[in-house]
Design a protein around this ligand. Structure first.
Ligand SMILES: [Zn+2]
Length: 499
């Protein structure tokens, strides 16, 4: 048996596995804590030609297999992040395939699904999708897919006519806004346009993803703030205060949007997905809709589970995102919604911009670009959060895999191939040390701009190795176990959804 040991204790002295992989032989990845599709257990994953051939018992390592024994470290399915703004082509100075997918690889994310806005052109036509494919060529370190966009384009009519061609071209589904997106080329849709889009999607199985905030409550609140009626301090309007920004995007904006989407889900038998739910006030109606069997799924993001309005200092525009981070009670309720299954999954909504657009010096929340950079940090953030709330660490590991891999893969149409450790799936794995404690430093951030509210965060759980289709693409050991090595070659492929 060609045996390689890879215990945590011996890790620092080992050579990186990058470049040493052959796909023609059988590799056996084993640990006492493998999060298989059936749950957490001691197991061995037999991998050949980039696929998991078999999930077998811990002892059952074939004599001709190359063994990598991970001791008690956790092996999880490679994460699938279905909400990433790569911004490429067109705004590569904001982010790009190279930097985004390397950040993903270092965080155990083996598939990203790119949002159709913030790139230029926006992914609302097949020509734009082709431009994106050109931008990604040779620059994807992990597998990727594209969401198409459904837009209103109020002066010229919407792009409903493009939907069928985009489906044919292989997008994972469609994203739309019910409110101003901040990007001129990506206009919101009204109810009539939503109906049109949904009627085209019925029968395809592709989901419509909606940014669930409507404009009226936001416009009203912003007007009241600027008139000095709402949230004024001694008659002064202070946009440097986080509470001013929070008041400008009230729960009501999310409630009205979610309620509209539930109404439509009753009417159209086709998957509808709420992206980045922030308001826990919407949970009771979501719970009810799901109990009634409506085809509705929901995601939330690490920022809503980690931060709370009470802790955000004045001027901290790196914390601006929409919908906004709300208070501590709301954060606790979101965790409850996740643990009881009302919220299906977690995606980052990684949405960076050049530092100057965050306007940190002025610190005005109304002037700053909204979006939080966090690609590759979700695993330790969510792990740290869930273990504070659930005593059962085995269940917590299983929930991590569900929220960050299995359910997002299903949303993108990748069930059977990504998001689980089971026979026939791609050998996308992440090896995590659940007990490691570390503080997020600039050098740990691999996305283009190092602006992130997570700098300085103290986290538990560290990604040690990431495998994409059986190849090691990230080796996070080395001195002190931090920083890590990225595969010099880009092995990511585009995945296309077939109907
Ligand atoms: Zn987004």
């Amino acid at each position: 048996m060609a045996q390689e040991t890879n215990q945590a204790s011996g890790a620092a002295s080992e050579e990186t596995a990058i470049g040493s992989w052959k796909t023609s032989v059988t590799w056996a990845f084993r640990s006492t804590r493998v999060v298989t599709a059936e749950g957490l257990r001691p197991a061995t994953l037999l991998v050949r030609s980039g696929r998991i051939e078999e999930v077998t018992s811990w002892e059952a390592v074939p004599t001709d297999a190359h063994l990598r024994d991970y001791g008690d470290l956790a092996i999880l399915p490679g994460l699938v992040d279905t909400h990433v703004h790569i911004n490429d082509p067109g705004r590569t100075h904001w982010e790009g395939f190279e930097t985004a997918t390397q950040a993903a690889a270092a965080g155990g994310v083996t598939t990203v699904v790119d949002m159709p806005l913030n790139s230029e052109p926006e992914t609302i036509t097949v020509a734009a999708l082709e431009a994106k494919r050109g931008a990604a060529a040779g620059k994807a370190w992990v597998d990727w897919m594209a969401w198409g966009g459904v837009v209103g384009n109020h002066d010229q009519g919407g792009n409903e006519a493009e939907i069928a061609a985009l489906i044919e071209a292989g997008v994972a589904g469609f994203k739309c806004f019910l409110v101003n997106s901040g990007i001129d080329g990506f206009t919101w849709v009204d109810e009539a346009q939503l109906r049109k889009a949904l009627s085209v999607l019925v029968g395809t199985g592709l989901p419509l993803l909606a940014h669930a905030e409507v404009a009226a409550p936001i416009d009203w609140a912003t007007g009241e703030i600027n008139a000095g009626v709402l949230c004024s301090y001694d008659g002064r309007v202070d946009w440097r205060r986080y509470w001013t920004y929070l008041a400008s995007r009230p729960d009501k904006a999310e409630m009205e949007a979610v309620s509209l989407l539930i109404r439509l889900a009753r009417e159209f038998p086709t998957p509808l997905h709420i992206v980045h739910l922030s308001s826990a006030e919407a949970l009771p109606m979501i719970r009810k809709a799901r109990k009634a069997g409506l085809p509705l799924t929901v995601e939330t993001c690490p920022q809503y589970l980690w931060f709370a309005a009470e802790d955000i200092p004045d001027g901290a525009t790196e914390c601006k995102c929409a919908p906004p981070i709300r208070d501590k009670a709301n954060r606790d309720a979101l965790w409850k919604g996740l643990i009881d299954g009302t919220i299906d999954m977690i995606a980052t909504d990684h949405s960076p911009c050049p530092p100057e657009m965050k306007n940190r010096e002025a610190g005005r929340f109304d002037d700053a670009w909204g979006g939080i950079a966090s690609l590759g940090l979700a695993l330790p953030i969510v792990w740290t959060g869930v273990t504070r709330r659930l005593k059962d660490r085995s269940r917590s590991l299983e929930l991590l895999a569900k929220w960050l891999a299995t359910e997002p893969a299903r949303l993108a149409g990748l069930a059977g191939r990504k998001g689980a450790l089971a026979a026939g799936y791609d050998a996308d794995l992440v090896v995590m040390d659940p007990d490691a404690e570390w503080t997020v430093a600039e050098a740990d951030l691999r996305f283009r701009h190092k602006v992130s509210p997570y700098r300085g965060a103290q986290l538990h759980g560290r990604v040690l190795e990431t495998y994409l289709r059986g190849e090691c693409i990230y080796w996070g050991r080395g001195e002190g176990g931090v920083r890590g090595v990225i595969d010099p070659k880009a092995h990511g492929r585009e995945l296309r959804r077939t109907v």
